[in-house]
Design a protein around this ligand. Structure first.
Ligand code: NAP
Length: 372
């Protein structure tokens, strides 16, 4: 029986992955073993089948026993362990949520509703590295891959509104702690309906800029604010998150001639849904009805939201989309700039299609491929 080692299952992406696998009753037909970088020998998670105590995720002798490794631990772990494992002769399947190996020539970025053809070809040609994509890129493609497939995208900009969950479990905790700190310092003012509004405003600003405001993980106040930089700085002036838009979109779609994709990536104080405002230069003027049909026909999860205030506020917000596999896209209209300029707004749960779901599904595809 195929042995699958799970690493990083306690983190944000890993927890959602396990949840989805439990929901879909995926834990059958293979032997799951769980490893940890910090809790060796503790009991493994409850996944409905018996599992041994946690193994040491840094012990290469342990990892060598796994036919498939699924890791949601992070790039630091991948960079440290993957080369050692290969040097030790391991020839299994490496499935990873982290970005470290995404752009390797012998890896595939997995998003099967969008690039199943690329995945199938890779499996039959013996490729063994399958990496989940960047969350905003995956969600953008779940929303508009139909337009790319029809050759309708001359270029695309994505202005993002990214949730704290994109930065991991600790950032989500810190965002809520920041909200709590603001709430506790303003409680008395809020209780008095006649309190001057500038007192409330001052109290919030003072709390956010105080040295005791919790910012150890995020690095800045996020509750009540917005952070226009995600990931590291590149010489191009882009953030690394922005660079991924171009690099990963074109790799996932295997575009012959790369399509320009760029934008500004911004962290906002939502918990776990990434939103994106898209501007698309179409290669030709196509009626909106046709565009909507192409978008909604691309996969089973994308959903068009009518371009009305009521529908947008009801169905096109992080609060409405959190926990759902559907990827709504709305505010679709031609811009006043000209008939070839399309704008749209899309929201997706970045822990589902943005992270865990492509990993869950590629594991199934690899197991099927191995006859497991
Ligand atoms: P994370 O929540 O920070 O978890 C990573 C690891 O941190 C866990 O597996 C756990 O390892 C350890 N950890 C330490 N304290 C923890 C705590 N209080 N709660 C839970 N885990 C704790 O990271 P992540 O957001 O899942 O991201 C993992 C990888 O996926 C990263 O490379 C990230 O870039 C990538 N990714 C993330 C997203 C996303 O939306 N977050 C999307 C796409 C890709 P031990 O159990 O071994 O201690």
């Amino acid at each position: 029986m195929v042995t699958v080692g799970f690493i990083g299952w306690r983190g944000m992406v890993g927890s959602v992955l396990l949840d989805r696998m439990r929901q879909e009753r995926d834990f059958n037909g293979f032997r799951p073993i769980f490893a940890s970088t910090s809790q060796v020998n503790a009991p493994g998670p409850n996944v409905g089948v018996e599992v041994p105590p946690l193994q040491d995720a840094f012990d290469i002798r342990v990892l060598l026993k796994f036919d498939i490794i699924v890791t949601c631990q992070g790039s630091g772990y991948t960079k440290k362990v993957y080369p050692l494992l290969k040097d030790a002769g391991w020839d299994g399947y490496w499935i990873d949520a982290a970005s470290a190996l995404r752009m390797d020539p012998d890896s595939v970025i997995v998003l099967d509703p969008v690039n199943r053809d690329v995945i199938d070809q890779a499996l039959s040609s013996g490729i063994k590295k399958y990496i989940g994509g960047n969350c905003t890129v995956s969600l953008m493609l779940m929303a508009v891959s139909g337009l790319f497939r029809e050759g309708l995208v001359a270029w695309l900009t994505s202005m993002t509104y990214q949730a704290a969950s994109g930065a991991g479990a600790k950032s989500m905790r810190e965002l809520v702690a920041q909200m709590g700190a603001i709430s506790s310092t303003t409680k008395n003012i809020l209780q008095d309906p006649n309190a001057p509004i500038l007192d409330l405003d001052d109290a919030v600003t003072t709390a956010m800029n105080s040295v005791v405001f919790p910012t150890d993980t995020i690095g800045a106040p996020l509750a009540g604010s917005a952070l226009p930089w995600i990931d590291s700085q590149l010489d191009s002036g882009q953030s690394r998150e922005e660079w991924k838009g171009y690099a990963e979109t074109n790799k996932i779609l295997e575009t012959g001639a790369p399509v320009p994709v760029d934008g500004i990536c911004v962290r906002i104080g939502s918990m776990r849904c990434h939103s994106q405002a898209l501007t698309i230069k179409l290669t030709r003027d196509v009626p909106i009805e046709e565009i909507e049909a192409i978008i909604s026909g691309a996969n089973d999860w994308v959903q068009i939201v009518p371009n009305t205030k009521e529908a947008s506020l009801d169905r096109l917000t992080p609060a409405a989309v959190t926990g759902k596999l559907t990827v709504p896209i709305g505010r679709i209209r031609k811009m006043t700039i000209g008939p070839e300029y399309l704008t749209a707004f899309t929201v997706g749960d970045q822990l589902l299609w943005g992270a865990a779901e492509p990993i869950r599904r590629i594991l199934k595809l690899v197991l099927d491929h191995l006859g497991g």
